[in-house]
Design a protein around this ligand. Structure first.
Ligand code: NAP
Length: 281
């Protein structure tokens, strides 16, 4: 039997806590505020930003979408991020990707104040994470650990295979898992025999962006599988990186897509924003 590791219950509990903390901050004269900097006309990105804004407003967090247009240049984006970092009324800043061609998040996110870097985009935040100095971790990476904790899946001494080594998911996740005393292997597009590596692991995390990359051959019997992938389908739906049909019955547990890592990620972004407003980092 394969248990579904839903993220909905955890996300709801996180949102409740955030809503109470946001109300206290607002009553005390510090309404928490999140700025989302956008420089793209990508439809998927616009949908995601609208959904963050809706969740923020529902929780009592003011959300400003700062749209710089798809032709914004590097300096315009960096200058705006620096300005928002100085603005005392703004507590959290997200740099939405994709950015215009030729500009990477790493090119501009250095301008985001670490104390407001609620999605861990500034390379300094990643450095601090690796060095064990307080900083916000990228919300998706943190969501993977949070969802495993919520479902009482232990990490101490456990072998975890992370598939994907991006700066926003795979790399920070590997460090969060190491902090929890897991034994971590990070796989990527040049991994020679992916099924041989992942099928040794107790926990497999797929963070690639390829539908059905992880099938039955990649997972040992009884393993826990976390699917970070969010791949749009032609009919407007969403599928993960794991072939859920193939893995069901073999894995002991699997996160659904949608309804797994995604809602927890959004809730953690909001929690980071109230933490920033409370001056916790
Ligand atoms: P990314 O920057 O494109 O990185 C993808 C990683 O997958 C790279 O490290 C790449 O290896 C690796 N890869 C590509 N093909 C592979 C293969 N055949 N075998 C093994 N590894 C392979 O993507 P990302 O930003 O990390 O996002 C990954 C997925 O998570 C996407 O579907 C994204 O939409 C999703 N996501 C979800 C959330 C959420 O809240 N649920 C948040 C963020 C991202 P190389 O390094 O060798 O190129």
């Amino acid at each position: 039997m394969t248990t579904s590791l839903s993220g909905k219950e955890l996300a709801s509990a996180l949102r409740q806590d955030v809503t109470a903390r946001a109300a206290r901050l607002t009553a005390g004269g510090t309404p928490p505020k999140l700025a989302v900097v956008v420089a793209t006309d990508d439809e998927g990105s616009a949908w995601y930003v609208r959904s963050i804004a809706r969740s923020a407003e529902k929780a009592g967090i003011v959300c400003d979408i700062v749209d710089l247009g798809a032709d914004a240049d590097r300096d315009a984006i960096a200058d705006r991020l620096a300005e928002l970092s100085r603005d005392r009324a703004v507590h959290g800043i997200i740099v939405q990707t994709p950015l215009p061609t030729g500009i990477s998040a790493a090119d501009v996110a250095g301008q985001v104040a670490v104390a407001k870097d609620v999605d861990g985009a500034n390379p300094a935040s990643l450095g601090r994470l690796v060095a064990g100095i307080p900083a916000f971790a990228p919300a998706t990476a943190e969501a993977v650990v949070a969802i495993l904790d919520h479902h009482h899946i232990g990490l101490e001494g456990v072998e975890v295979a992370v598939v994907g080594r991006s700066t926003v998911v795979g790399k920070p996740l590997a460090h969060l898992l190491l902090d929890r005393n897991a034994t971590v292997t990070v796989c990527h597009s040049r991994t020679t025999d992916l099924p041989a590596v992942t099928s040794r692991a107790d926990v497999v995390v797929a963070a690639v962006g390829r539908p059905s990359l992880i099938g039955a051959d990649h997972v040992r019997s009884g393993a826990v599988v976390v699917d970070v992938g969010t791949n749009p389908t032609d009919d407007g739906g969403l599928v993960g990186d794991v072939d859920a049909g193939a893995v069901t019955g073999k894995a002991s547990a699997l996160t659904p897509v949608p309804g797994g890592v995604g809602p927890v990620t959004t809730a953690l972004l909001l929690r980071h924003t109230v933490e920033a407003a409370e001056g916790q980092v």
